[in-house]
Design a protein around this ligand. Structure first.
Ligand code: GLN
Length: 541
């Protein structure tokens, strides 16, 4: 039977609860347990798919096509367990399900209330879709004290009772701020946040205390005393040089032992050599390369969380540090790209939406193509690469994307239907914006002898998608004549999935998001290959 570990956060947001549960999940895995991670998000959007990346960071897409919180990316990167639709829910989804049931008459005339109807729906979700997992690590988004998260806190409180101590455990992630004038780490905010949690009926079993320096013994004892936890259950979670060191430090501080003791379990010691190797590579690189990421949301790196991580993984594969140079593409609409791109070893145009900055991205593609700088286009970055080739090499001056309104030559256009596993999925210009993209894992067939099949070492791949528009296959001949090959297609041979320019050191555009499937201990081949090309480029300079 699965045991549940609930993570809550206190004092401030951004304490890295997602990372904490991912890292603990990984340690438990290496002790022989099967884990699954999920997140309950208190905001009212039905999913983060329609939220601006500036507000919420990246939208992480699962194989089965859910648009989810970026913490699910941490979960996958640390545990390699593929997340599912059933691993992320929001207040919006819970309420819309409950309201739909009410409209169907499922409640037989009852008055629908937060307790028990909303909390029941949350519990159903938290407990649902569990098979043979030993542990479900379940994070509640937000910070204790938020009005939005109250029903979730109440639901996990009820679960604590229903599952009993042998079935549920509560870990509270909190902050000990350092006050320079006093020269001390302060415990009061933690005490207040635990009081708030206790007021909601939850006694934490473990406090995971974020701090920027060692927590003195006296402070640990004080926290234990005032927060009603054992001294051993006050676990320091200090800042580290690489996030991939976190599983190692948690084990050293005894977090996994607390979990096993709580549930009365014994298990072999963990084998953390995988993480030791990753940390060794990340902290002691033998060289460095600089990659320009030319995008729109460059002011907030969380908007491209998985991308930044995947590039780091590419560095791990090549034993180099990857410096990321985030450039807002709009600058190329005012200034010469040369000034910004001359010194970089690779250029990447990531996923994106809308017309703003698109011409700047096209300029970046042109620079990479003409100067033989390795170019990696992801989703929108592939679409803009196709437009660039069409305009400047195939002589199709009016080439554009219908995403920006009508254009003379629709190199990129809205596709209204496609096939997945033999079933046709449809959409139209009038469909809702939420949840209507081509989403989730789709297979692609790669052309033999192509660069892309060499990179993957196979001809059939499956990668995750999130887009409304597609490269228009009717222009294939024109693009081929101009030197750009469509080297990957949907299994029915209709939709272009990969383009490449064979006569260039490394120029690949992909319609999917490979960054979502890269792992630190198993870097994605496209990122390994792209960084290898950047290393070559750096050597040539
Ligand atoms: N805006 C483009 C589309 O919808 C690309 C999306 C993306 O890059 N994820 O097709």
């Amino acid at each position: 039977m699965a045991r549940f570990i609930f993570f809550t956060g206190g004092v401030v947001s951004s304490l890295g609860k997602g990372l904490a549960s991912a890292a603990l999940g990984s340690v438990l895995q290496t002790r022989g347990f099967k884990v699954r991670l999920r997140k309950l998000d208190p905001y009212i959007n039905v999913d983060p798919g329609t939220m601006s990346p500036y507000q919420h960071g990246e939208v992480y897409v699962t194989d089965d096509g859910a648009e989810t919180d970026l913490d699910l990316g941490h979960y996958e990167r640390f545990t390699a367990v593929s997340s599912r639709q059933s691993d992320n829910v929001t207040t919006g989804r819970i309420y819309s399900d409950v309201i739909a049931r009410e409209r169907r008459g499922d409640y037989l005339g009852a008055t629908i209330q937060v307790i028990p109807h909303i909390t029941d729906a949350i519990k159903e979700f938290a407990l649902g879709d569990v098979t043979d997992e030993d542990f479900i690590l379940c994070e509640v988004g937000g910070t204790i004290g938020d009005i939005e998260s109250l029903p979730f806190i109440e639901a996990i409180r009820q679960l604590g009772n229903e599952l009993g101590r042998g079935g549920a455990m509560f870990i509270h992630v909190t902050l000990l701020p350092y006050i320079p004038a006093a020269g001390e780490l302060k415990t009061k905010p933690t005490q207040h946040s635990v009081k708030e949690l206790q007021g909601a009926g939850i006694q934490p079993d473990v406090l995971l205390c974020r701090a920027d320096r060692e927590i003195p013994e006296a402070e640990r004892r004080k926290i234990a005393l005032f927060c009603n936890v054992r001294r051993d259950a006050v676990i320091p979670a200090l800042d580290v040089d690489s996030i991939y060191r976190v599983p190692i430090t948690y084990h050293e501080e005894g977090l996994d032992k607390q979990v096993l003791d709580h549930f009365g379990l014994e298990a072999p010691s963990p084998d953390l050599s995988r993480w030791e190797k990753v940390v060794e590579r990340v902290t002691k690189p033998e060289g460095e390369v600089t990659i320009a990421i030319v995008g729109k949301y460059t002011g907030l790196q969380d908007a491209y969380k998985s991308l930044g991580e995947a590039l780091t993984h590419g560095g791990i594969a090549n034993n180099v540090k990857v410096n990321l140079d985030w450039i807002d593409s709009e600058v190329f609409e005012r200034e010469d790209a040369v000034d910004y791109l001359e010194k970089v070893n690779g250029i990447l145009v990531p996923g994106g939406f809308g017309e703003r900055g698109a011409e700047g991205k096209i300029s970046a593609v042109k620079f990479a193509r003409e100067r033989n700088v390795p170019y990696f286009g992801i989703c929108f970055g592939m679409q803009m690469a196709v437009v660039e080739t069409a305009r400047h090499l195939a002589g199709i001056a009016g080439a554009g994307s219908t995403e920006f309104g009508p254009c003379d030559d629709e190199l990129v256009g809205l596709m209204t239907e496609w096939e997945r596993d033999g079933v046709v999925e449809k959409r139209s210009v009038d469909t809702d914006m939420g949840g209507t993209m081509r989403l989730g894992a789709f297979e692609a067939h790669l052309a033999p002898e192509s660069k892309i099949s060499e990179v993957y070492g196979t001809d059939v791949i499956s990668e995750r998608h999130r887009h409304r528009y597609e490269v228009n296959p009717t222009f294939e001949a024109a693009l081929t004549d101009a030197g750009m090959v469509i080297s990957g297609k949907s299994p029915d041979g209709v939709l272009p999935e990969v383009v490449e320019i064979p006569d260039h050191p490394w120029f690949i555009g992909v319609q999917f998001h490979p960054e979502l499937k890269s792992r630190p201990f198993d870097p994605h081949p496209l990122f390994s290959s792209f960084i290898a090309a950047a290393v070559d480029k750096a050597r040539l300079v």
